[in-house]
Write a protein that binds this ligand. Structure first.
Ligand code: ADP
Length: 416
């Protein structure tokens, strides 16, 4: 038996097939043909990934789940065909929806709701009349496999305004003009339907292979780590610095960009800082990051106090839209400069967990690391020295692995 997780990230897609207990059977990846902005491109990528999984594994697939970038949405007609280009995760053209309460994750200029409302006011009438399903990237790609449009999971639906505590759309949302477009929402990892026969046949996948609801790419990366107990956290060292902590209580502080996803009967509390790998990549190539890091002595402090940002403005852990980047004084020696950047980011990470704890999340007992920076052992040591939290070895760092675990039923649950 085999289970497949497919991750549609910001720059490309990956698929990982696992055995029932979680060991990896196959792994493949595919870059988007263009800039990630077309549903057709996503669809081709999905077929290309299925093609790349060895047939001997496809023949054993019992379930498939897909994760996608959060708040990347599509508007489709009643036949599930897109009637617009997608609006991507970072698109803020709609501005923050004032109709959403300020503590709602939908109250953000990049939320799925903001995009839906933008379409509602900007699409020409003939297009608007065609609109039937508002879906997220993962929802739409899954529906290509199972053939039932308009189904989402409560992780993807969070930034639409869905209330994962009440397990319902709130009244204020159900009263909007866009309400008829809203997808049905069920728990991540829930069975939707068997794969469509024509697709099963084309890829030699068993007819009884079930397509399950997925999640967002960042939750999938959390699930990949193996973290499962309250107090376990995952720091993602990707382009940005993202903190996620399993808590027994939800915390929402939209102005600081803190919100909580439901994971069974626990809450995944998260915040994202604008510092992170994008700043490192601005100054150094990946080879330089690797080789210069080897020359840092993590036992010594850098004596540099930076706030590394590419542009002014930060939401978490400091909520200040004008916050200036601070990356001076810059030593001539690149090793010292990199040391200062890595150490300062570790301080921002520590400040972030402290902020979550101040808001009532409970303590962090164990920390896992994901993202491109996770490979940097010197940074790991610097972070450990500053954070003082025991660090666990992540099972895996690829979001596709977390989604494969969801497909296999190793994580995810249906709250009562
Ligand atoms: P994304 O958020 O775009 O998915 P990834 O998880 O792929 O990002 O991580 C990419 C980031 O990892 C880059 O911005 C890069 O700066 C960082 N990175 C890559 N190698 C290293 C390294 N050896 N040390 C620190 N950071 C690294």
């Amino acid at each position: 038996m085999a289970y497949l997780g497919i991750d549609f990230g910001t720059s490309g897609a990956r698929a990982i097939a696992i055995e029932p207990q979680g060991s990896v059977l196959a792994e493949c990846r595919c870059a988007y043909a263009s800039n990630n902005a077309s549903a057709q491109d996503w669809e081709h990528t999905l077929w290309a990934l299925l093609d790349q999984i060895p047939q001997t594994i496809r023949q054993r697939l019992q379930a498939i789940a897909i994760d996608g970038t959060s708040a990347t949405v599509l508007l489709c007609d009643r036949n599930n065909a897109p009637i617009t280009e997608p609006l991507l995760y970072n698109d803020s053209r709609g501005g923050a929806p004032t109709v959403a309460p300020v503590d709602s994750p939908a109250h953000s200029a990049t939320s799925s709701l903001a995009k839906a409302l933008w379409w509602h006011t900007h699409l020409p009438d003939h297009r608007l009349h065609q609109a039937h399903y508002l879906v997220h990237q993962a929802d739409w790609l899954s529906s290509l496999l199972h053939g039932k449009p308009g189904i989402s999971d409560y992780n993807n639906a969070l930034k639409l305004g869905y209330d994962p505590q009440a397990l319902a759309y709130p009244q204020w949302l159900a009263a909007l003009d866009i309400a008829p477009w809203l997808p049905a929402v069920i728990a991540p990892g829930t069975e939707i339907a068997p794969i469509q026969p024509a697709i099963a046949q084309k890829f030699a996948i068993p007819n009884q292979c079930i397509i399950k609801t997925g999640t967002t790419d960042s939750i999938a990366a959390f699930l990949a780590s193996g973290a499962s107990a309250t107090g376990e956290a995952v720091t993602s060292l990707g382009s940005t610095l993202v903190l996620k902590l399993l808590s027994s209580v939800p915390i929402n502080d939209a102005k600081s960009g803190i919100y909580s996803h439901r994971l069974g009967n626990q809450w995944l509390v998260g915040g994202a800082s604008n510092t992170g790998g994008a700043v490192l990549s601005y100054f150094f190539s990946s080879d330089e990051l690797h080789s210069l890091s080897q020359r840092i002595d993590p036992a010594q402090p850098s004596h540099l106090d930076y706030y590394p940002l590419l542009t002014p403005g930060e939401r978490f852990p400091i909520n200040d839209a004008e916050l200036s980047p601070r990356m001076t004084p810059r030593p001539e020696n690149s090793v010292e400069f990199l040391h200062g950047l890595l150490e300062s980011m570790a301080h921002i990470e520590a400040m972030g967990y402290q902020k979550l704890m101040d808001l009532g999340s409970g303590a962090v007992h164990r920390l896992y690391t994901a993202g491109g920076g996770a490979q940097n052992q010197v940074w790991q040591t610097i972070r450990h020295n500053i954070l003082g939290i025991p660090m666990g070895a992540a099972l895996h760092t690829e979001a596709a692995y977390g989604t494969a675990r969801l497909a296999a039923g190793l994580v995810g649950s249906n709250p009562q």
